[in-house]
Write a protein that binds this ligand. Structure first.
Ligand SMILES: [Zn+2]
Length: 139
């Protein structure tokens, strides 16, 4: 039986998250702030109905701004630094919370949409032709 919720944690386990599977949308965000905050090419997020999202544990906030200059809170674990949530008045008004889907045990669900593609890296859309190694290559 499939759990009706996704469960996950930060790298050190101090912060736990729970999100409903129903009504959640998986997205990739290519905005430059997500690239810097995650130290990665893009961010993977799950947009889930706010009423059923739970985030437990001590959190820290970096006060950021979006491309309109509106405040955005980038919430992370102060112990291990894992990004947890991106919050703003605009996202709160939608009734959804944005949680980093790489936190989820069992892995992030496949993306359904991509946003901020204006700043997406000029990468091949498919990674099928990029050489793959089971682990870090040696020699
Ligand atoms: Zn942590």
């Amino acid at each position: 039986m499939t759990d009706s919720n996704y469960h996950g944690s930060c790298l050190c386990g101090s912060v736990r998250v729970k999100l409903p599977r129903d009504g959640a949308m998986s997205a990739i965000c290519h905005c430059t702030h997500c690239q810097k905050q995650t130290g990665s090419a893009y961010s993977t997020v799950l947009m889930a109905p706010a009423a059923d999202v739970e985030v437990e544990g001590q959190l820290a906030t970096f006060n950021d701004a979006n491309d309109q200059g509106q405040p955005v809170q980038r919430i992370f674990c102060p112990r291990c630094g894992s990004p947890i949530e991106t919050a703003s008045a605009a996202s709160a008004a939608t009734g959804f919370r944005l949680i980093k889907s790489g936190l989820l045990d069992g892995g992030a669900p496949a993306p359904q949409i991509q946003i901020f593609c204006d700043s997406a890296l000029d990468w091949p859309f498919s990674l099928q032709d990029v050489p793959r190694f089971a682990r870090m290559p040696t020699g």
